[in-house]
Design a protein around this ligand. Structure first.
Ligand code: NAD
Length: 250
């Protein structure tokens, strides 16, 4: 455990006061949801580029819905881990203005974070590609025939997550970016930072003079280029210690 780096990060957060966090799949591996790198788990049974692409959905929505129904079921069996709870607590302490996440598992919300920007969308929503109407996944308006949800206009709805080949939700992305840049630090948590345009956020943060703290199992392409403090290890172990440090009287 890199206690010195954690203390350094806590000093930086105290000094800069408010910032945002950018999370990737690595925050949820401690809850049992594998990242794409893991050799086991749901992603090893499905090729995400095939099942998670907009072209596949248009060609064969039933096949893609089967995949997302499995994903949804597997997410419901999980719970937020101490890393998610620590971020919710950091928000309550007044240090975090928002969680910007690439994840679609909904665990930040379940852990109690309030300001959340899901830049890759969410399984809580469904959208019609034809009339653009959006539905909450629990909406009573949605007719489930077999296992496929339909729009009022008769089209099969698409899960509300961003598919390969689709643009990010512009408004959410712009708001997340602008809030990030208005602040003074950014914490990068469990993200390989290879997925664009989401990975632009930490780059622009650095360019705008924000302090950058990175918590990851392994070094990333950003570590030596933009991170002021790199804490190597598991987010579910490091974040609770960081929050304890922030709560210490100085
Ligand atoms: P990613 O780009 O988000 O990278 C995951 C990173 O987390 C890797 O660098 C890995 O070394 C690190 N990591 C793994 N476990 C960790 C831990 N316990 N502590 C600290 N670091 C840890 O992930 P990806 O798998 O390449 O995913 C690409 C895209 O798919 C992203 O948008 C991602 O959010 C999404 N995705 C989401 C989920 C989810 O919603 N839970 C799961 C898989 C992938």
């Amino acid at each position: 455990m890199e206690l010195n780096q954690i203390k350094q990060a806590a000093r930086m957060i105290r000094e800069k006061k408010t910032g945002t966090v950018f999370t990737g799949a690595g925050i949820s591996t401690g809850s049992g949801i594998p990242d794409f790198r893991s050799s086991k788990g749901i992603w090893s049974r499905f090729d995400i580029r095939e099942y998670g692409s907009i072209d596949s959905f248009k060609e064969n929505p039933e096949k893609v819905w089967k995949f997302f129904s499995e994903i949804e079921k597997s997410f419901l069996k999980t719970s937020p881990n101490p890393g998610h709870f620590a971020l919710a607590e950091m928000e309550k302490l007044g240090h975090l203005e928002a969680v910007v996440t690439q994840n679609i598992d909904g665990l930040h919300k379940r852990a109690g974070s309030r300001a959340i920007y899901e830049i890759h969308g969410s399984l809580d929503e469904m959208v019609c590609l034809v009339c653009k109407k959006r539905y909450s996944s629990s909406s009573a308006l949605v007719k489930r025939e077999n296992m496929f949800p339909y729009c009022e206009c008769g089209e099969i709805l698409k899960p509300g997550v961003v598919f390969f080949g689709e643009a990010l939700p512009e408004k959410i992305f712009e708001e997340a970016l602008s809030l990030t840049l208005k602040n003074h630090f950014i914490i990068l948590v469990g993200a390989s930072l290879q997925v664009y345009p989401a990975a632009q956020i930490p780059f622009l943060a650095k360019r705008n003079g924000l302090a950058v703290i990175e918590i990851n199992l392994e070094k990333t392409s950003m570590t030596s280029r933009i991170s002021d403090v790199f804490i190597q290890g598991k987010t579910e172990e490091i974040l609770p210690i960081l929050v304890d440090e922030l709560k210490e009287k100085v």
